[in-house]
Design a protein around this ligand. Structure first.
Ligand SMILES: [Zn+2]
Length: 243
């Protein structure tokens, strides 16, 4: 049976802006991928020509679907949480919904944001990290959420991190990375996925120089693993996993 990668994000465009390289590289290796995005991005600063929040949400749902297609994501899902409000969700309920999804998809590797909230330190990104971290650990415990499918313990949890600060932003408290992914072979696809987010075109323009300078790599930190081990540097999220 092949390897599986699950990615939990907060907003449409996180899947390419943040994790696009990892997702595209996995697809090229025949690794099944599943992206769960918690909100439809209605609270975005860039609103395209949307007259209402609901219209923007619908627009961004479509953009998310197109971006996932470019990245050749196997399964994608946009959940119904409110953009900008993730810190107010009922924690155990929200974790339970992710546990159910992890038990259904049964990934070996899970990727999400770190507690820093990603490079723009967005509170929704922090919450995606915390909810996913709890779900990662609890999905494997039979006593937790016993009505949410049969237990499944993924082998590794990684947080997205970075080896630079975003210009013109208060610096994030970045987690030291353990994996540096060379994403040059899929770099153009990551950009193409981002281009599908037409409503976020001003953001793309703003971050263009940053991606030109740093866009050849994505950095991740291994934060949980099945085998006790010292932190060490690697170049592959799946290194040593059978598959
Ligand atoms: Zn985001």
């Amino acid at each position: 049976m092949g390897l599986k990668l699950m990615c939990v994000t907060a907003h449409p465009d996180d899947e390419c802006f943040g994790f696009g390289g990892a997702l595209a590289l996995a697809a090229d290796r025949g690794i099944e991928t599943y992206v769960v995005c918690l909100t439809d991005g209605q609270a975005a600063t860039n609103r395209g020509n949307a007259a209402t929040g609901a219209a923007l949400g619908q627009m961004r749902r479509d953009e998310f679907r197109r971006s996932c297609k470019v990245l050749r994501v196997t399964q994608h899902e946009l959940m119904d949480y409110q953009d900008g409000r993730l810190e107010f969700v009922e924690f155990p309920v929200a974790v339970g919904r992710l546990v159910e999804r992890m038990r259904r998809f049964r990934p070996e590797v899970v990727i999400t944001f770190g507690g820093d909230g990603g490079q723009n330190t967005h509170a929704d990104h922090m919450m995606a990290s915390m909810l996913t971290t709890a779900a990662f650990h609890w999905a494997g415990r039979a006593k937790r959420y016993s009505d949410a499918g049969s237990p499944h313990q993924a082998q590794r949890l990684y947080y997205l991190t970075a080896n630079f600060h975003m210009p013109d932003r208060p610096p994030a408290m970045v987690m030291p990375w353990t994996v540096t992914l060379d994403i040059r072979s899929v770099r153009e696809r990551k950009t193409e996925a981002f281009r599908q987010h037409v409503s976020q075109a001003p953001l793309m323009e703003k971050t263009k120089a940053m991606f030109e300078r740093y866009g050849a790599e994505e950095c991740y930190a291994l934060v949980a693993a099945a085998e006790p081990q010292p932190a060490r540097q690697g170049t592959d999220l799946f290194e040593g996993l059978p598959g």
